[in-house]
Design a protein around this ligand. Structure first.
Ligand SMILES: NC(=O)c1ccc[n+]([C@@H]2O[C@H](COP(=O)([O-])OP(=O)(O)OC[C@H]3O[C@@H](n4cnc5c(N)ncnc54)[C@H](O)[C@@H]3O)[C@@H](O)[C@H]2O)c1
Length: 208
């Protein structure tokens, strides 16, 4: 996809993968990127840094909790007002906390579905948008069993099922010109720790 002149929204773009994706979009010539995140301080720092490195006018931060529809609607509305359009939605915000599993399902799974449909509403040609691309950030934990993170794995698996199903159905693509893709990455550090924890769990819990 040719990124030049395109406008993107990146959830969870204050740090980590979302921050890296934001930088990549700016490097490839995106006209504008809105970072939507709950980490206000990090978000502002990232925007300040990228504004100096790239162009002041091309990157902006908005405080937004992905679980709150009204705040995400605001993000789409303001991005359209500021940059004139929305072409790319990177649905990346996520947490990994089995102790707060209900909130994790809400952030990683439920909100991703709600915000994908919201993005189709704002980007789709059916409602006067230009069409575009939605990328959902899943995980390799969504493709295979992950005993130490059962709910994380379930939420990420759910995203794979969702993205595959809407992609096959092609209703969104045909009627709205919005394509949906899914990422399933992993960090080697994370998987090494996960692997060691798996061994620990098997040795200390399942064998008792
Ligand atoms: N790091 C990994 O190894 C890895 C591997 C595969 C998939 N992922 C997925 O990639 C995505 C990003 O992971 P990361 O490692 O960059 O994490 P990170 O913790 O570095 O960044 C996540 C960002 O999401 C934001 N966020 C959290 N809850 C939010 C909410 N309710 N509303 C808005 N923003 C919120 C955080 O403030 C943070 O800036 C996640 O969905 C994660 O599950 C990560």
């Amino acid at each position: 996809m040719d990124i030049s002149g395109k406008v993107a929204i990146v959830t969870g773009g204050a740090q980590g993968i979302g921050r890296a994706v934001t930088e990549c979009l700016l490097k490839k010539g995106a006209r504008g990127v809105t970072i939507a995140d709950v980490h206000e301080q990090k978000g502002q720092e990232t925007v300040n840094e990228f504004s100096q490195q790239y162009d002041n006018e091309r990157v902006t931060f908005m405080y937004a909790d992905v679980t709150l529809k009204s705040q995400m609607e605001d993000v789409f509305r303001k991005t359209k007002t500021t940059f004139g359009r929305v072409d790319i939605f990177i649905c990346n915000a996520g947490i990994c906390n089995e102790y707060e599993w209900e909130r994790m399902v809400d952030i990683n799974f439920t909100s991703t579905i709600r915000n994908t449909y919201l993005a189709v509403e704002y980007m789709g040609t059916k409602n006067g948008g230009n069409g575009g691309v939605i990328i959902i950030n899943s995980s390799t934990a969504g493709l295979t069993q992950f005993p130490v993170l059962p709910v994380y794995s379930a939420a990420k698996s759910g995203l794979v099922g969702f993205a595959r199903s809407v992609a096959v159905r092609q209703i969104i693509d045909t009627k709205c010109s919005v394509r949906i893709g899914i990422l399933a990455g992993y960090s080697s550090l994370f998987s090494s720790i996960g692997f060691l924890l798996d061994i620990y769990v098997y040795e200390h819990l399942t064998c008792q």
